[in-house]
Design a protein around this ligand. Structure first.
Ligand code: MN
Length: 245
């Protein structure tokens, strides 16, 4: 069982082929959108496949160009059980649009809260402290995807109930590896963030999420089968542990 809880299925050069391959291989995918406008088209990739679920997103790196889509986000929210990719980005080139990012993220979280909460996949590049501040008290389950904050920010994230999704690229750096070690075993999931990630020069596909398992087995000092069972169990708990999936 391979699980990818953060993947941009619609942004692969041939999205239907990738979706078809996921169906064939029996992969569980949370297919995230970067704009509300992409929602309808991306949902089509999940047709006839209950293992692929679509998340309604609004990526912080592009919200400044599309803040008019916020209304559409609110309209679509009632039909979306998952939300993402959402969040903040304080990295170079995006920090200039911090004000609008924050406004949009706060608006989205208010809408999610009013709608009774959602499972959310969250971007927090160079912005973990602010992301955690805004998340506090919001109904739902936040999954911090590709978390790159500090260890003390990680502790805070754990305290407020965040989950974490880890991709193969993240484990290539010492910082990422050390953070992964600190994450509570029962709140860890796997992802790829494909097609935005590469490993050894090749693009990652949803089935590559399983590459994380071997490394987590080393971290958890268990065998690969056991690590796989932990991730599967976590995934089931995530879906069971809320009323909105
Ligand atoms: Mn992403």
């Amino acid at each position: 069982m391979s699980i990818d809880v953060h993947c941009h299925l619609d942004l692969y050069p041939e999205p239907f082929k990738v979706a078809e391959e996921c169906k064939k291989r029996g992969i569980y995918v949370l297919s995230v959108t970067t704009t509300p406008k992409a929602w309808n088209g991306t949902c089509k990739l999940a047709d006839d496949c209950p293992r692929i679920r679509t998340a309604l997103g609004f990526h912080p790196q592009i919200v400044h160009q599309r803040s008019h889509e916020l209304e559409l986000f609110d309209t679509l929210l009632s039909s979306a059980n998952y939300v993402g990719e959402i969040g903040l980005d304080g990295g170079r080139g995006f920090k200039d649009h911090w004000k609008v990012q924050l406004k949009v993220f706060q608006h989205i979280l208010r809408s999610v809260n009013n709608a009774g909460g959602r499972i959310m996949t969250i971007h927090s590049r160079a912005s973990a402290a602010a992301v955690l501040d805004v998340l506090l008290g919001v109904d739902g389950i936040p999954i911090l995807h590709w978390f790159t904050g500090t260890q003390s920010q990680l502790k805070k994230a754990i305290d407020i109930g965040c989950w974490f999704s880890i991709n193969p690229s993240m484990l290539e750096t010492k910082k990422g590896y050390d953070l992964a070690r600190m994450m509570p075993k029962e709140r860890v999931l796997t992802e790829t963030d494909g097609p935005f990630t590469k490993l050894s020069g090749r693009f990652l596909y949803p089935w590559d999420a399983s590459l994380v398992i071997g490394k987590m087995a080393c971290i958890w000092k268990c065998d690969i089968r056991e690590a796989e069972a932990i991730i599967e169990h976590n995934f089931k708990q995530l879906l069971l542990g809320n009323s909105f999936s």
